[in-house]
Design a protein around this ligand. Structure first.
Ligand code: TMP
Length: 254
């Protein structure tokens, strides 16, 4: 097979040129990072699980009319996606106090928020992804006011849908991060959901025990990271009861 051209390598993913114009291949690595890359490690099998979880959630969101970049899974670690122009923002939704909200406001972790809070961060590793507001975003031209409205509307729909979906499998959707991109079709531009949705980008707590089932296990050296990610996949019904050994091997999907 001809070697594909690598376009971008991030902390947990690599993006390759796709087989047709307008497509890319998103490859999920086992590498883990936290605290702006000050902590790094490897969680064997994480990439395979995140590829599967992200595929599942993107397809479910597509079913309710959320446009996404996802096209199809190619193999255990890779998915075909539409090439979009990434909007340089991380959109974070919070339902329960956790993470940086605890540090910033001295709040108690686990306190339910009176309403969901949406925050924006400017994607810049160099600057440490600073939090920004609508004024910065529109003044600096990262997104226009209608694009921001569209992102906010999609984000709230995604939060409602995913909160219910995870509640149904005994998981509290504490908070999560989204990214969006611009997709051009002919002369029309649409805002679509991009990147990934996985335990790397969400906080998931067991509703009964409050046990963490996400990247915080890595951040906080709690151990059992892979097992927690697998449990999320198992509850979503996308991992056989007996574990990942039963997952089908790489298969080329046409
Ligand atoms: P925070 O509490 O650390 O600000 O994180 C909020 C949510 O965003 C949490 O679900 C984890 C996610 N997140 C990422 O996916 N990538 C990041 O670089 C950061 C800082 C947070």
């Amino acid at each position: 097979m001809a070697r594909r051209r690598q376009l971008f390598e991030g902390k947990a993913k690599v993006i390759f040129e796709g087989p047709e114009p307008g497509t890319l291949v998103q490859h999920f690595k086992d590498d883990a990072s936290a605290f702006q890359d000050r902590k790094t490690g490897t969680i064997t099998g994480k990439g395979v699980i995140n590829n599967r979880i992200s595929e599942h959630l993107m397809m479910k969101l597509s079913d309710i009319g959320i446009p996404t970049h996802f096209m199809r899974r190619l193999n255990m670690r890779e998915q075909l996606i539409r090439e979009v122009e990434i909007i340089p923002l991380e959109v974070v939704v919070r339902n329960v106090v956790a993470g940086s909200l605890v540090k910033r406001f001295g709040l108690i972790e686990g306190t339910p928020l009176p309403r969901s809070i949406v925050e924006y961060y400017y994607k810049s590793g160099e600057l440490g992804d600073p939090m920004v507001n609508e004024e910065h975003i529109t003044a600096f031209g990262w997104a226009s006011p209608p694009e921001l409205d569209e992102m906010m509307s999609l984000t709230l729909r995604i939060n409602d849908f995913m909160s219910g979906l995870f509640m149904g499998i005994g998981i509290r959707l504490v908070d999560f991060r989204l990214e969006f991109g611009r997709l051009w079709e002919e002369d029309q531009m649409r805002i679509v959901l991009a990147d990934e949705i996985s335990p790397d980008s969400c906080r998931f707590w067991d509703t009964k025990t409050d046990e963490k089932m996400d990247r915080d296990r890595f951040r906080e050296d709690m151990g059992g990271v892979k097992e927690a990610y697998q449990e999320v996949a198992r509850r979503l019904g996308i991992l056989p009861e007996s574990g990942p050994a039963d997952m089908r091997g790489p298969e080329l999907m046409q």
